[in-house]
Design a protein around this ligand. Sequence first.
Ligand code: UDP
Length: 238
Amino acid sequence: MRIDVLGVGFDNLTMTEAVSRGAALLEEPGCHYVVTPNPEIVEVCRGNPAAMQAVNGADLVLPDGIGVIYGAKILGTPLRAKLPGIDFAAALMTQMGREGKSVFLLGAKPGVADAAGEKLRERFPGLVIAGTNDGYFQDDDPVVEKINAVQPDLLLVCLGAPKQELWMQRNAPRLRVGLMAGLGGSLDVFAGNVKRAPKFFQKLGLEWFYRLIKEPKRIGRMMKLPLFLVHVAGAKNK
Ligand code: UDP
């Protein structure tokens, strides 16, 4: 059973369980998808029923960010672990490399997915980079054709939220892919263009704060975090 946080149902798993669930979904018939909402995405979903449906329609919904963990705790239904999407994907690709499986990278500015592919090949020995495409296309059809031509085991969809969630839900029925994961700005991180917060910040649950210092223009988006906690407190008092 999923744990409800303001309408989004989260799977209550440890990282090990999430990765083995992801690995199992890769093998099951049909195209599955994973989403990793943070408080900002939960807030977007509250105001956008289509996004809410795309998120809750995923095969795995993982809590990305400490805010969701706090929210679930305040609501009296704690989640077992914070599961950042980028860590989930890295753990899954480590395992996939050992099995010689393939990944297709979709998203980010032109050139970024290729650079990320180079880095991933070095970091996860055995992993096959089946193809790449930037995230600034108008028409889904040629992109779907390009992906289906190589039939990757995993497809990383990094178009930002809620674009990536809507894209995955819309195209899953015609994609010949085992599993998709919507991962926001992860290709920029994998490519080395954007640095993740040092472990110290990650451990303290202050990754959001580090990002804010590095990219102050995110302040508008980040104001959704206090708003999220206000909404959680409101839901608790109902
Ligand atoms: N992006 C894209 N196509 C678009 C809009 C955004 O490929 O039409 C990419 C953008 O270049 C960036 C990612 O999607 O690589 C979104 O990053 P953001 O930092 O907003 O995502 P977050 O990790 O915060 O969800």
